[in-house]
Structures are given as C-alpha cells and as structure tokens.
Design a protein around this ligand. Structure first.
Ligand code: NDP
Ligand code: ZN
Length: 189
C-alpha cells in the first residue's frame, strides 16, 4: 500500500499543534514595539503571509514558520521539535536559527552569507520573516529605534533576502514593495 496521503483534517490539526506549542514556548515574551505585543503574533503572521501572499500550501513549511523562532528565542531543543513535529520540520526550524553564542554583529553578517545556502523551503520562511519584520519596523518599530537604525534594518534585510531569491516571485515582490513603502514613509519624516 502507498503511504496514506495526509488529509486536510490532519494537516489542520498538525498546524494547530504547532501554533499551540509555539504560543506556549513564547508565552512570556513580548515584541519590541511600544505596545509590547505578544511575541506569538509574529510567527503566526509569518505563516499567514506565506499562505496568503506566497500561496504556500506545504504544511511542513507552514508549521516550521509558526515554530521559526522557538529554537532561537526560547528554551526549546531540536530534539523536542523532532519528537513532536518530525525531522523535516525540525530541520527547517534549525536552518533558520541564528547561533546565539556568536556576537550580534557577527550573527548579522553570517545571516547574509548563510541565506544563499538555505534550502528552498527555508528560504520561503526567511522571506516571510523579513516581510513581517520590515512591516513591523515601518509601522510598529522597536521602541527607541532612530530613523537611521530603521533604515539600516531595511538595508540589512535586503542583503539577506538577496540570498533567498528565485523561490517565490510573489513573496519577493511583496518584500520589495514593503521595503519601498517603508522607506517612503521614513523619508517623508
Ligand atoms: P535587532 O536584531 O536587535 O532587532 C531586530 C529584530 O528584533 C528583528 O529582526 C526581529 O527578529 C525582532 N523584533 C522584535 N520586535 C520587533 C519589532 N517590533 N519590529 C521589528 N523587529 C522586531 O536589530 P539590529 O540591532 O541587528 O539592527 C539591525 C541593523 O541596524 C543592523 O544592520 C545593525 O548594524 C544596525 N544597528 C544600528 C544601530 C544604530 O543605532 N544606528 C544600533 C545597532 C544596530 P525576530 O523575527 O527574530 O524576532
Ligand atoms: Zn522571526
């Protein structure tokens, strides 16, 4: 017998399990905006952008998007992700995780170099993440960020995304539009 194809119900259940897991892991964390929004809003927004703008239907990509900051920003281990969500999802999350033992400046540089080496699926998640962060830096930036720092964030993101091109034209277009719009709004100030 061929392996039973996952039906829509189990795919939804699998995605919801990832949402609940990420919500629990990020439960005490806030985004850096003035309102200190719940952190989980961000990974949910990334998954939503992939589905709505990118037309991504691969459930493992959407689950990994929801989980994308758990290894980097919470006490989650890769083994935990493997046990709960399988090797494919855990590997995707690991791919988009920065090595936090490195100093920040080095990490930022490495993210640019590393982007080109990511798998196609990991590039989708990186694109979604950068689209959402550009939108946040434009409309609900970290408190105390100067205009200069916000513009520098756009430049750095552009360099990361340069290494992620060629995987999804709609997401790449949305990224370009978001940066252009953000820059227009900041230049007008
Ligand atoms: P940080 O990495 O400190 O902060 C940005 C990250 O914070 C995002 O990538 C996002 O990551 C997370 N985040 C949480 N809340 C928000 C929010 N509301 N809006 C946007 N992002 C949020 O940024 P850097 O300090 O690395 O700054 C980026 C650029 O700015 C670099 O090029 C650096 O050189 C430059 N810089 C400029 C300074 C200046 O004063 N001019 C000072 C320091 C850096 P995630 O999705 O993973 O949560
Ligand atoms: Zn993120």
């Amino acid at each position: 017998y061929p392996r039973r194809m996952a039906d829509n119900r189990s795919e939804s259940a699998a995605l919801l399990a990832a949402v609940r897991f990420a919500a629990d892991k990020h439960r005490t964390q806030k985004r850096k905006d003035v309102e200190a929004s719940p952190y989980i809003n961000h990974p949910i927004a990334v998954a939503e952008i992939l589905a709505t703008v990118g037309g991504v239907t691969d459930c493992n990509v959407l689950r990994a998007a929801v989980l994308h900051d758990t290894l980097e920003d919470t006490a989650t281990t890769k083994e935990e992700l493997v046990a709960l969500f399988g090797r494919a999802v855990a590997n995707l999350v690991a791919e988009v995780t920065d090595d936090k033992s490195l100093p920040k400046k080095k990490r930022k540089k490495l993210q640019i170099a590393h982007a080109r080496t990511l798998s196609r699926k990991a590039k989708l998640i990186k694109l979604g993440d950068k689209i959402c962060n550009i939108s946040d830096v434009t409309s609900s930036p970290p408190k105390n960020w100067s205009r200069k720092r916000r513009l520098e964030y756009f430049d750095w993101s552009r360099k990361v995304v340069a290494g992620c091109r060629g995987v999804n034209a709609k997401l790449e277009k949305r990224f370009d539009e978001s940066v252009a719009s953000g820059e227009r709004q900041l230049m007008a100030k």
